[in-house]
Design a protein around this ligand. Structure first.
Ligand SMILES: [Zn+2]
Length: 316
């Protein structure tokens, strides 16, 4: 299977996961809206709402876990196979000797894949668990406010209390709570709130790229090359500019190329990629322009004619 087919298959799988996650997300939002509309009255209603919300969050977590279990290993393997295919075209005897011994089910790759997958699942499930706490808290506060409100109204009706500032305060609180209940943000990461599928998409995109980068770095270790090249699409993202199109030293000990201080994705939704590069190949082509470009001594890329000098791009 080719690289494009692999990518299409992954995109399809992601789309399916996002559709599936919308089902429990819609359940949670419906319960929140019900609470806001005053449809939850008895304590049994509230108890059922809490139970249904817990189940929906659990379901969401499970969907993302099943997706990650397949997609993260797949991303890693697709990238490794792509690197091998590229390396096999190199006609330098010494490199040819180093290339063929990459076994994807070796403990080295298996360990890396497992760590990447576990990490990805943890990132989403942390947002799920924080989101669940946030929603549960919101419901609890709403229920309490409504109950207090009902007691106050009863007291006023019976002439036991006067309509006053306490009730006005309660009303204000309830209006705020209702506003929050009607918002579709049910996940939380750090101080940010997210829609369930927005966050799932962000994590999926970032983590599949992370898996690809780790795959490349591990291939580089396998074939004993210390150099990787970052690809170029004439980015205008400031954080990516110092990396784009340049060659870096993974160990940071190369005498000519700067250390790889970070690897893609450099930011969420970053589209940059790294590829294994060999000094022997660069030497064959003439290594000096690559060194000059990697060290910022020239804006002219050694091979890419489509590369627009940074100073000529429209950067906000
Ligand atoms: Zn980027």
């Amino acid at each position: 299977m080719g690289f494009q087919e692999d990518k299409a298959r992954q995109a399809k799988r992601t789309a399916k996961m996002l559709r599936r996650i919308q089902v429990p997300a819609a359940k949670i939002n419906k319960i929140k809206i019900d609470a806001s509309a005053g449809n939850l009255t008895t304590s049994a209603d509230w108890a059922r709402a809490r139970r249904d919300i817990n189940a929906a969050y659990k379901e969401m977590d499970k969907i993302f876990e099943l997706y990650s279990d397949v997609t993260i290993p797949d991303s890693y393997k697709i990238k490794v196979k792509f690197e091998i295919k590229k390396m096999k075209k190199i006609k330098i005897a010494d490199i040819k000797k180093r290339v063929p011994n990459i076994v994807l089910n070796s403990n080295f790759h298996k360990g890396a894949i497992k760590a990447l997958t576990d990490d990805t699942i943890l990132i989403y499930s942390t947002a799920v668990s924080e989101g669940k706490k946030m929603t549960a808290g919101l419901l609890r506060r709403t229920q309490q406010t409504i109950v207090t409100e009902q007691k106050l109204n009863l007291a006023i009706a019976q002439g036991l209390s006067e309509k006053g500032t306490i009730q006005e305060t309660k009303n204000k609180i309830l209006i705020e709570l209702k506003k929050e209940l009607n918002e579709p943000y049910i996940l939380k990461a750090g101080s940010k709130r997210y829609r369930a599928n927005t966050y799932a998409e962000l994590v999926a995109r970032t983590r599949t790229r992370e898996a690809q980068s780790v795959g490349t770095l591990n291939v580089a270790a396998n074939v004993q090359s210390d150099l990787v090249a970052v690809d170029s699409h004439n980015t205008i993202t400031p954080i990516c500019i110092p990396f784009e199109g340049r060659i870096f030293s993974i160990s940071g000990t190369d005498k000519d190329f700067p250390p790889l201080s970070d690897e893609p994705p450099f930011h969420p939704n970053c589209l940059h990629n790294i590829t294994v590069t060999f000094r022997e190949v660069l030497e064959q082509r003439g290594i000096d322009p690559y060194i000059e470009f990697a060290n910022g001594k020239t804006e002219i890329h050694p091979t890419r004619t489509a590369h627009i000098p940074v100073s000529k791009r429209n950067i906000a």
